[in-house]
Design a protein around this ligand. Structure first.
Ligand code: F6R
Length: 367
């Protein structure tokens, strides 16, 4: 039931404040993150030397955000690997490795096979899943559910933001258990504030972004740039657009620009740039601003997603989409929302069915 929404995707995008609140609920205790399902499983986190996060598609972009968060908080090296690549080589894994899998459906065959393979090789396994009792969590040593509620639209939205949230929780939980996070009170406050901040993005930017998408209905290609945790969001913004509006789109790490992709920039080329807050790192922020100057000088049409009050981007942006202030690791959950709205509005402007894009299935149960 679409509950009055024009599509399941529109409904699910709008449900994100609630989805994130549900993912966090019951997992915060006295200024710390304590995931009750992981009670008694400290050995999954203290006896390991590395983490591999494996997933496909959108879930693999959540994984990339998770890499930054887990490394920062739990001080353990993290690699992200697409499940279908992981399984068909000879990865160096063993009982010192925690393999974290991420899957909305919990039934993706590529991811399931990667989990089974990891277990056979003696690795510890933990899954992040949105579907209670699905196959992947049953094949794993532990599971952290995302609680985003059923996702019907083929293009993943609320499950993605809930996956990132679950990874942030996992990173803080692991950091506490490993003794690398002594005081999580600031991060806990950031987590608690996320649902309201997402609601603000929805309320304040929905119409603006939808209007932008309608203007751009004839666009043939869109690029997305991001740095740090904005990089996976650039990849996700491009994937959403490909999936439902059938427009060629690519996401890049902003720092890669001069190593190749800048050759694509010609007058009128739309480029979304995810600008990290200058409060997190003035250096990283200034690098992204100079990337914007470089593409603007070559005629790109620059659409910036930036923190409210970031005046540095204004002189070089054709459009600015604002997100509320948030800690560095928490920004992706906010920054992805306008990109979801953009893809949805553009597909709608083209008269496409946003819930059932051509050639795609919600759950890919074949390898
Ligand atoms: C993107 C999308 C796919 C899935 C991928 C993994 O919108 O829906 O890229 O994210 O097929 O699916 P799950 O998470 O069910 O394993």
């Amino acid at each position: 039931d679409k509950g009055g929404w024009s599509s399941f995707m529109a409904k699910e995008v709008s449900e994100q404040p609630e989805a994130i609140a549900n993912t966090i609920r019951g997992r915060l205790q006295d200024g710390q993150v304590v995931i009750p399902e992981l009670d008694g499983l400290d050995d999954l986190f203290v006896g390991i030397n590395r983490v591999i996060i494996t997933a496909c598609g959108t879930a693999s972009y959540a994984a990339l955000v998770g890499k930054y968060a887990i490394e920062q908080w739990a001080r353990v090296p993290v690699d992200v690997e697409l499940a279908h690549e992981f399984r068909y080589r000879d990865p160096v894994i063993g009982d010192d490795t925690l393999v974290v899998s991420i899957s909305q459906s919990g039934e993706t065959m590529d991811t399931l096979m990667a989990v089974k393979y990891a277990r056979e090789r003696g690795a510890r396994t933990l899954s992040i899943c949105n579907t209670q009792g699905a196959t992947i969590p049953r094949e794993s040593d532990a599971v952290v559910y995302t609680h985003a509620g059923p996702e019907v639209a083929v293009a993943s939205t609320k499950a993605f933001s809930a996956q990132i949230t679950a990874l942030l929780l996992l990173g803080l939980h692991m950091g506490r258990v490993r003794g690398t996070v002594a005081d999580a009170s600031t991060d806990v406050a950031e987590l608690q504030a996320l649902p309201d901040k997402i609601a603000r993005v929805l309320n304040e930017e929905q119409e603006h972004v939808a209007q932008l998408a309608r203007w751009m209905a004839d666009t043939r290609s869109v690029l997305f740039l991001g740095r740090h945790v904005g990089y996976p969001i650039a990849l996700e913004g491009a994937l959403k657009l490909k999936e439902i509006s059938y427009i060629h789109a690519e996401g890049f790490a902003a720092g890669e620009l001069k190593h190749g992709p800048i050759a694509l920039i010609e007058p009128g080329q739309p480029v979304f740039v995810l600008v990290p807050s200058p409060r997190h790192s003035a250096l990283v922020h200034s690098k992204v601003v100079s990337n914007i100057q470089e593409i603007r000088a070559r005629g790109a049409r620059v659409i910036v997603v930036a923190e409210e009050g970031d005046a540095a981007v204004l002189p070089y942006a054709d459009e600015v989409i604002h997100i509320p202030l948030a800690g560095a690791m928490f920004e992706p959950v906010l920054a992805v929302v306008p990109l979801q709205i953009f893809a949805m509005a553009l597909a709608t402007a083209k008269g496409l069915d946003v819930d059932q894009p051509r050639n795609l299935a919600k759950s890919v149960t074949v390898e």
